[in-house]
Design a protein around this ligand. Structure first.
Ligand SMILES: [Zn+2]
Length: 149
């Protein structure tokens, strides 16, 4: 019997922009919902393995960065933006995708130029989609900051 859950829409916001990482790991691109277990609370360790780990640990690090948008599990800061931008050059498309999503959730305005380049030119359709979504989130966050002063 299947013990895992399949999601067609987000249980929190009801949107269909829900992404599957593996058989039992899901997250929503439109809000902060996910059912991922937090992999590491150690930000330095995470950032280090994102840059220097083997392909498996880079993917795990990049996946756990998606929790950035969740205030209660806030593990990266604006100070990590440059590191994340560098990780957008990773040779692995899964890593680039997760990092793009993370930058969107972080509303990292510094990454906009690079994300726009990736949204146009990355050879992975998934990465282009992730970058496009991130750009929208960053630009929306920027508008809100302008309005609220
Ligand atoms: Zn949602």
């Amino acid at each position: 019997m299947d013990s895992y859950q399949l999601y067609k829409e987000c249980p929190q916001c009801g949107e269909e922009n829900i992404q599957k990482l593996d058989i039992n790991s899901w997250f929503c691109l439109d809000c902060d919902w996910d059912n991922l277990s937090t992999i590491s609370n150690d930000n330095d360790e995470l950032v280090s393995s994102l840059l220097h780990g083997d392909i498996h640990s880079r993917r795990i690090a990049a996946q756990s960065l998606i929790n950035i948008g969740d205030a209660e599990r806030h593990i990266a800061t604006q100070a990590d933006t440059q590191t994340l931008i560098n990780a957008l050059d990773d040779e692995d498309s899964d890593v680039r995708y997760f990092v793009a999503v993370a930058l969107g959730k972080l509303e990292a305005t510094l990454s906009l130029a690079k994300l726009k380049d990736i949204a146009q030119n990355d050879n992975s359709a998934l990465v282009r989609q992730g970058a496009s979504t991130a750009i929208e989130q960053i630009e929306e966050g920027f508008q809100k900051k302008l309005i609220s002063g």
